[in-house]
Design a protein around this ligand. Structure first.
Ligand SMILES: [Fe+2]
Ligand SMILES: [Fe+2]
Length: 154
């Protein structure tokens, strides 16, 4: 994660920019799921591993952890506290990553598998295309910024 590389070398303004990009990316990913995948999941009447609500709650949890991370980044430490702050911050981000990994695993085993099994091929195809286009669009809009940050890191 580019953002953490910047934290480690104490380039906090680059780290902040990278986190902002990540945050935009994650938000558009979650929105897409909330607007397309979860409503489709809700229509499945067969037995599901987890209710649609669980995914929605986890999205909220991720957004709230992310907003705490951005809050921490917005209050950088005094230079003499910097190394300890970096450790604490990276630790906090570990929590975020755990929730994120757990959530993705749940989606793979539940949500995606169930959509795949129960939606008809046309609907599924249209969902996949829409997700793919949206993903590409948000990546394209951030690519230059990402390259710029990368080029400024030592
Ligand atoms: Fe999700
Ligand atoms: Fe996801």
């Amino acid at each position: 994660m580019l953002h953490q590389e910047a934290v480690i070398v104490q380039e906090l303004s680059l780290a902040e920019r990278a986190l902002r990009i990540f945050s935009k990316f994650l938000k558009s990913h979650l929105e897409l799921e909330d607007q397309l995948l979860l409503p489709a999941h809700e229509t499945i009447t067969a037995e599901k591993s987890w209710r649609t609500l669980i995914y929605q709650e986890e999205h909220k949890k991720l957004l709230s952890l992310l907003s705490n991370m951005r809050e921490m980044m917005s209050k950088p430490p005094e230079p003499h506290d910097m190394r300890r702050w970096v450790i604490e911050f990276i630790d906090y981000e570990r929590t975020f990553k755990n929730v994120m990994e757990h959530h993705e695993e749940r989606e793979e085993k539940g949500l995606l598998m169930e959509l795949d099994n129960h939606l008809d091929t046309d609907d599924l195809h249209s969902l996949i295309t829409q997700c793919h286009l949206a993903w590409q669009e948000s990546y394209d809009s951030m690519r230059e910024d990402i390259e710029d940050i990368r080029s400024q890191l030592p």
